[in-house]
Design a binder for this molecule. Sequence first.
Ligand SMILES: Nc1nc2c(ncn2[C@@H]2O[C@H](COP(=O)(O)OP(=O)(O)OP(=O)(O)O)[C@@H](O)[C@H]2O)c(=O)[nH]1
Ligand SMILES: [Mg+2]
Length: 469
Amino acid sequence: MSDADEPLQGHGEPSSDFDGSDGDDAPADTADTHRGGFGDFGGDGPGLIDRAFRERIVLVGVTRPDRDAAATDASLDELSLLVDTAGADAVERVCQRRSAPDPATFVGSGKAREIRAVAEEVDCDTVVFDDELSPAQQFNLEKLLGRTALDRTAVILDIFAQNASTPEGKAQVELAQLRYRLPRLRGAGRRLSQQAGGIGTRGPGETQLEVDRRRLERRIHKLEADLHRIAGHRRTQSKARTRTRNRAVAIVGYTNAGKSSLLNRLTSASVAVEDRLFATLDPTTRRLGLPGGETVFLTDTVGFVRKLPHQLVEAFKTTLDVVRDADLLVHVVDSADSDTDGSMAAVRQVLAEIEADEVPELVAYNKSDLGPAAARLAERTEGSVAVSAATGEGVDELLGAIGDRMRRVAREVELVVPWDRGDVLAGVHREGQVLDTTATEEGMRVRARLEPSSVGALSRYLVNGRESE
Ligand SMILES: Nc1nc2c(ncn2[C@@H]2O[C@H](COP(=O)(O)OP(=O)(O)OP(=O)(O)O)[C@@H](O)[C@H]2O)c(=O)[nH]1
Ligand SMILES: [Mg+2]
């Protein structure tokens, strides 16, 4: 067995390639880390994680001075839903008010003892913290609590792992998991590698930890290369799209807001719709005809959540390129959500992380069939619409709004401005956003974002047939 195929010790091993091999026979090192199936991400064979029983979980939330207890409670409600989606039951919660996290134990050792007592009382297997724990905090807490300590990130990664179905989705999730796991590799470090001195190791004295780390790093590089290749393929497709001059609209929003339902409603797509968090991981694109006769490409993609792990955002960057490169975002908001503002802020934060915050946004308050909230919210927000993906109510208005916005939004064009037309060049700078300039023999070649009215006036300087719809 080559060393790349061999399971890592006690860490529910990632499969090699996309062949579904698993590491179920990895020797457990539960004596050190208490890791059960839930915290293991359970390997990733072709199917979902098989959960023999539902773990009992205690949730821990910390309220910072700038937040109130209600916000912590709301965040724990959501964590409870995440835990449920991951296949476990939240049976108790512990809250704490604290100005700054304790570097060693996050909550402080006194509070940790209290959590341990609660955990013993309710007989729970795992404690989940609502904020990301550093590797050291996680390790120390497991020692203090005598059971697995996880954070919100691990739970979200676990859900993604269960939901990933395509090779790209699986690779992205595995990459995020490995990046999360790499700094947390420990416990086995005191043992010497059984392979020390063998091919692929650095010789006697290398610890199992070092061997594991190098294997993880190698796997991470392989996944990065695979994803890069897939993204390259997608870029070629999107260039083809540019040539056909269709413009792109991306549906974004909080998880479970109804994004896939809306894509299905507007196009003939049949994306799976579920009352479940992160049902969609892979993007789906369909053609959409607008009332004005134009056609755009509409894409539904992965949903966001508060404190979406940065490892996931990073791993899904290539998928999310479609959001960054879109001409318009339709931001779907669940109007039945009790904190629509907070959810929208969380979505916008992720949009900023993937550099899509400059793309114009059209807000669609969905689920208008459930009550008057959607209409009330739409009234409050200029330019937004109320819609029901379930009944079709408001869909015509939404299509009209997308058409209007597409006619107004700036688009990227390429121009060659003759050297004797300094006035035109000045006009481009004044009216649009110049992205790039190159001096050529015929004149200044300019890549710029311009509004359609300016594009019309400059049409004689446009190049590459990218001028009009
Ligand atoms: N009542 C009502 N329910 C809706 C509406 N739109 C979606 N839903 C329900 O909301 C749930 C989530 O819908 P999806 O379309 O899967 O939501 P999503 O935003 O794609 O979710 P993820 O892919 O998991 O992030 C499902 O149970 C849908 O049936 C609506 O307009 N009205
Ligand atoms: Mg979906």
